[in-house]
Ligand binder design. Sequence first.
Ligand code: ATP
Ligand code: MG
Length: 420
Amino acid sequence: MSYRRPRGTYDVYPGGHEPHERPELWRWVEGVAREFFGRYGYSEVRTPVFEEAEVFIRSSGEASDIVRKEMFVFEDKGGREMALRPEGTAGVARSYIEHGLYRQAQPLKLFYIGPMFRHERQQKGRYRQHTQIGAEALGSADPLVDAEVIAMLYNFHLSLGVREEVVYLNSLGDEETRKSYLPELKAFLQRNRAELDRDSLARLETNPLRILDSKDENTQAMLEDAPSIADFFGDEATEHFSAVKQGLKALGIPYKVDDRLVRGLDYYTSTVFELKSATLGAQDTVGAGGRYNSLVLDLGGPDMPGIGFGTGVERILLAASVPEENPALDVFFVTLVPEARLPALKLADGLRAKGFSCDLDYASRSAKGQFRQADRVGARWAVVIGDEELESDTCTLRDMATGEERKIPAGDILRAVEDR
Ligand code: ATP
Ligand code: MG
């Protein structure tokens, strides 16, 4: 019998084939994220990987793809409908309400790193379990928060070496905007329904705004003449959007306004954005987000606005210039006789306690094999212990880069490896 990982998932293991299968790259991205978001005043939040399904249905919308087609739903033993989280914002908003975090100083800036689950057809950059790094700034409607959030995502990608990235930006206005825009859009789509792809036809009643996001070429061509949401902005929406753009200009973030840009989730209002890298193929959105000024209210909390993004680590790693993998170890102990193994184990333990990385042979290798192993693991030093060394309580220190060797008292190893 042989088992394979579930479809649409991947393993992370030493020497992993794809960038997102390599453990050292995860450590790198997550390390940069924690440090980087800290500079903008974000603290970490962790929520469960499953919630009551209703949390996602209420927030993303009944008609959204992730609720309709992609959510992993199960019934718990008490007969409640639960779901593996397809995205991060709903759980964070639920937590913000549950713990009364709106009573803390606002905006409350939160980030998370964790797995998301979507029942999708696997393709490059599209998995059933993927990891998002996300940020949410809750409790402020200031347009400069929008600009800061977008700039943070852009600069985060940049610092990881994501290339050729552009911010696509739009505003969905406010409730008034959509109240006047949607009937116009719907009427236009009705007149052109012959040109609509199947998915879009189905959305005509449930979620016409989402049709703007159709990937179908024919539909897109027809949409060229669709009414633009920007023509329906009131003063407030216009002012907010232009303040966001001014903020981005001041920060030097390259952006393009795309008045067809809508997001797949119903909770978005006002500013929406997608960051796309020209280096990726079909799945070119590295990160995306927007404002959700009524989400907290909709989930039963107070009337608090928010804005955030999610960015997929797998796509970041596909688009980034990932650093070369260089294994590194401070000291490898080469034991020439079995009696040297316990002393080596103890010496290694002492060095590890002082912060040095060490290893020794656990595979009964020959001396030659052990030196080869020291090379493979990128050891800076080899410490050789044989009969002679055991007798004189010394060891032989070899600089693995130059091959230079010297004999030193066993008690001097720490000083010797610290020195250089
Ligand atoms: P798409 O249009 O590619 O399906 P989406 O609108 O479903 O994207 P979001 O819900 O905005 O994506 O998710 C935010 C980010 O999470 C995406 O930009 C992407 O980087 C990543 N992401 C989303 N779904 C997947 C997936 N199935 N596999 C890998 N990464 C994903
Ligand atoms: Mg999707």
